[in-house]
Write a new protein. Structure first.
Length: 125
């Protein structure tokens, strides 16, 4: 099994010992993406804007392997406040199309950098 690290400057750099993504065979595993603007390193205050940036980063990493959000088969959505679920779902629902990926969503105690949402995905070619 060959593991290939996937990286793009169009998504925030890893802030620890992990990769933005790892490709194995026809699958691409992405680390959770916070809603950070990769150009400025800042995070907007609203969960809507953070969700948009998270999905934009995910799209950029997928593009490094010739994939799009249509290749995503599974997502995990981590929320600092489950009451933000509807706002996140509004943005999420516009980004993905049917058949939608399978998904889990959880409220967590804290997210890195004070984030409100973090999304990780599994994609396949």
């Amino acid at each position: 099994m060959e593991k290939i690290a996937v990286h793009t400057d169009q998504a925030p750099a890893a802030i620890g010992p992990y990769s933005q993504g790892i490709a194995v065979n026809n699958m691409l595993f992405l680390s959770g993406q916070l809603g950070i603007d990769p150009a400025t390193g800042t995070m907007p205050e609203s969960v809507t804007e953070q969700t948009e940036l998270s999905l934009k980063s995910i799209s950029a990493i997928l593009a490094e392997r010739g994939m799009t959000l249509d290749n995503v088969v599974r997502t995990t959505v981590l929320l600092a406040d489950i009451n933000d679920f509807a706002a996140v779902n509004e943005v999420y629902g516009k980004a993905f199309s049917e058949p939608y990926p399978v998904r889990c969503a959880y409220e967590v105690a804290n997210l890195p950098a004070g984030g409100l949402v973090e999304i990780e995905v599994l994609a396949t070619a």
